[in-house]
Design a binder for this molecule. Sequence first.
Ligand SMILES: C[S@@+](CC[C@H](N)C(=O)[O-])C[C@H]1O[C@@H](n2cnc3c(N)ncnc32)[C@H](O)[C@@H]1O
Length: 196
Amino acid sequence: MFHEIPKSVLERMHVLEQIDAQDRASGKVRLERLRQVPPETGRFIALWAAASPSGSIIEIGTSAGYSTLWLALACRATGRTLTTYEILAPKARLARETFEQAEVLDVVNLVESDFLQHSVEIGDVGFCFLDAEKEVYEACYEQVVPKLVTGGILIADNALSHQEDLQPMLDRALADPRVDAMIVPIGKGELVCRKR
Ligand SMILES: C[S@@+](CC[C@H](N)C(=O)[O-])C[C@H]1O[C@@H](n2cnc3c(N)ncnc32)[C@H](O)[C@@H]1O
């Protein structure tokens, strides 16, 4: 999966890494920044997605599609596809450009909409990466966990970088009898939950 990343994917990843770094340096307003995961988190979620049980692979919060490219590698390696949800039109436009240029449209389905409007349609979920606005984490968690298959994985980003904002949701997950959960200190802190 990581040893033979297609050139088209690598090139687009590098472009997005540069835009993300410029965004952070320039002090651009928060909602306009890409705010994407670092590469080690990309690898981490790809490994978990590739190892996840059957069921759909979903992502909540696409931005320009950087984390989606890592998940697309997992899908290519395992013969699966993924659906990613993005609420903001300018971000969805960039993501579409990403998926075209990286040539991953065969494995990625982009839904330009609020995930919470679609949560009833998602069916059985094998893997979910949650990386949206922190205000909707708890609602997303409550919508996704019942849909996870046994052994299904939910990973939520920013568990350490936004620990204070996310504390109610983190407390809920860590004490939730439906899942086994822990926070892994890589990248911005990843909450990993496995459905019991
Ligand atoms: C931190 S960024 C995602 C970064 C991306 N996962 C990556 O690593 O490349 C969060 C994104 O979630 C989107 N978002 C926020 N709330 C959402 C919702 N309810 N449904 C879908 N997307 C949402 C925001 O517009 C923003 O683009």
